[in-house]
Design a protein around this ligand. Structure first.
Ligand SMILES: O=C(O)CCC(=O)C(=O)O
Ligand SMILES: [Fe+2]
Length: 267
């Protein structure tokens, strides 16, 4: 099973042509592109080129650096600690963005490596595990509470469908049994297995250091991303969230590539 767990980590491929990104997103769930400029507007423009006519929304970019800006969940983040593997944009509830880009303006010479975990493989790992198969199958059936504090409500299964063939996985900060659960102990065990398996996969996954001038493009419905601790406080990236015609839907709210507009009071 250890080999299967290691296989949940994603090996990244670096490309130089925009046309090569989509096929890699389909195959691996992620790609790194080198060449296009890494500014805020340049990264949005790159996303528009990648997703072309499938683009529904590409809100303003958000700056990613130590201390953070508008993401209130970032109070838990620090350059001294690894950021565990997670899905982005879950403050928007079930209508979280289906793709995300991270473009690196400045890397840290020490640390800051990106880690990507394939959620579809985590599901498969649990489903084929002799002891955890029940949990692997429950992930798509059991409604849990995956609402971020004070943000858009999300009472839904960890694994959902977009309604036309695309599977959506989610790893938030605080997944817990729904208040209406008929068996909250079992649901808590399922959630713990989901999180523990992702965290165990994170430990053994391949690392990739995003360098200045490189942009990581991630299928946010399939992969979870995280990063190792780092030292250089000047490390800086731009994050851009993307909603395409393959997303479950675009939130009926103002959008940004962070959580500033996703508070529950906005709806
Ligand atoms: O610092 C990083 O490399 C990733 C941070 C992150 O998860 C994000 O900005 O969504
Ligand atoms: Fe993130």
């Amino acid at each position: 099973m250890q080999k299967q767990l290691a296989a949940c980590g994603v090996e990244l491929t670096v490309v130089h042509n925009i046309a090569d990104v989509r096929p890699l997103l389909k195959r691996d769930g992620a790609a790194v592109i080198e060449g296009p400029e890494c500014g805020d507007e340049a990264t949005r423009a790159l996303a528009r080129q990648i997703f072309a006519e499938q683009t529904l929304a590409i809100p303003d970019a958000a700056r990613v650096f130590e201390g953070g800006e508008f993401d209130h969940a970032r109070v838990q983040a620090s350059n001294h600690k690894a950021t565990p593997a997670h899905t982005d944009g879950f403050a928007y509830g079930d209508r979280y963005p289906d793709y995300m880009l991270l473009s690196c303006v400045q890397e840290s010479a020490k640390g800051g490596e990106s880690v990507l975990i394939d959620g579809y493989r985590i599901e498969q790992y649990l489903q084929t595990h002799p002891d955890f198969s029940w949990a692997g199958h429950a992930l798509a059936d059991v409604v849990i509470d995956q609402t971020e504090d004070n943000m858009q409500a999300a009472l839904s299964p960890i694994i959902m469908s977009n309604g036309h063939g695309r599977k959506m996985v989610r790893k938030t900060l605080n997944q817990k049994p729904s208040p209406t659960s008929t068996d909250s102990e079992r649901d808590a065990r399922m959630i713990a297995l989901w999180c523990d398996t992702i965290n165990a996969a994170y430990e053994v996954a391949p690392r990739f250091k995003l360098r200045a001038g490189q942009t990581l493009v991630v299928d946010n419905y399939r992969l979870m991303h995280g990063r190792d601790p780092y030292e250089d406080l000047q490390r800086m990236l731009w994050r851009v969230w993307v909603w395409t015609t393959d997303a479950l839907g675009v939130p009926d709210l103002p959008l940004a590539s962070d959580t500033r507009h996703a508070a529950a009071s906005q709806n």
